[in-house]
Design a protein around this ligand. Sequence first.
Ligand code: UN1
Length: 512
Amino acid sequence: MDKKIAQILKELGIKAAQPGTSTGVRWLKSAGKDIASYSPVDGSLIGKIKSTDRKAFDAAVAASQKAFLQWRTVPAPKRGEVVRQIGEALRAKKDALGMLVSYEMGKSLQEGLGEVQEMIDICDFAVGLSRQLHGLTMHSERPLHRMYEQWHPLGVVGIISAFNFPVAVWSWNAMLAWVCGDTCLWKPSEKTPLCGIACQNIVSEVFKKNQVPEGVSSLVNGDYRVGEWISSSSQIPLVSATGSTRMGVAVAKTVAARLGRSLLELGGNNAIIVTANADLDMTVRGAVFGAVGTAGQRCTTTRRLIVHESVYKKVRERLVKAYAQLKIGNPLNAANHVGPLIDRAAVQQYLSALKKIVSEGGKILVAGGVLKGNEFGSGCYVKPAIAEVRNNFRIVQEETFAPILYLIKYKTLDEAIALQNGVRQGLSSAIMTSNMYEMEQFLSAAGSDCGIANVNIGTSGAEIGGAFGGEKETGGGRESGSDAWKVYMRRQTNTIHYGKTLALAQGIKFDV
Ligand code: UN1
């Protein structure tokens, strides 16, 4: 392993044989299997983490449950102050954590640093929020009554996160949950467990300094079985899960069976509509970053370009040219645009998708393939590909987590919007146009059916200030900004009577 990597592991407090279950104060013993974390960058074993067994899991849930009873009584702005200090700690560790994200997950260092910045941003947001957990007041229909609503902490929040944003998506949930007065129990992806350990260490240090009770931040590790324990635990009123639609359906069913709450952020199949009035420089830059950023493994990745027939040839030519300039290689090297896929199984899925495109009648414009040679020794580096397809191909209807961009031609804007909406997923969408009629049509109720609809920017790279999430098979959840915090709290409606005779609502007379 590279010296620099060894140094950042040390800085982040990661041991070669690492326990995987923590209450923030103690690391718990577990007889679970070891999870080995291999870097897709160079195939090295970075470390081994003990997965959480049932006993350790139950102990972690109990600690989080107990901590909740105390944490919920701490004034929200005081909880915000602790989150402010987490933001400071993340600023101090930004380089190290960004590099670990890049090395364990494979995204470019720029994007790794960007992900840590997203964590810092949500900390700042949460600090402000800690003084703004507002409820409404209402006018009562009865004299000498008043009504209002208040938001109370909910309990233990279970967080199941995915490999592609191994730290930011957890922080969107945890920072809001903490200022809301909840405690968190996090299961990071088994593909990026060290990122989880690093975050737990950063947070634990801040918590210890502030005498935050044990269990406000618990960490568990393991595969889908640990996810199932979270989903079925009646001690966990809210389960926030990010990942595939298949996983989300399983979580939703289990959580619904006990009438818990789930917050789901699942697959996307995001499109950019490129109209005849699009700025093509901007379009090409936005589309290429959207399609190949994070090697096509963002939920918000641009998978489809729906291009007006009048500019189709030009867009196609310029994209092919831009793809020829892409540098693929070690993501820690700033000269490279595209790093590896997460693992070899992802490479197989990418190859199988390319085959399906051809067998369904698609035309490959920029050929894909797996890169060979010393520099690509992990076997996870693939070439970003472009194909001309029809929207109704089975493979186009699916989310393939890889850098494959589909080109689709359209004639009328109505047709383009129907194509854009003509998939099962509904996360992100965009239109490139300088024409206000086109823009407003796209943003209207009859326009994009996605949770995110952008104009003259790509589909990825959302800021934390807005609510993040999508419709249909994307799961309907909203995380991070706007009023997404409400899902982490319970609403209580209060009616207060300050008169001397009891009055019933709806004019009901009841004299005894
Ligand atoms: C994800 O892929 O799960 O909007 C999250 C973006 C990032 C977050 C993506 N801010 O692309």
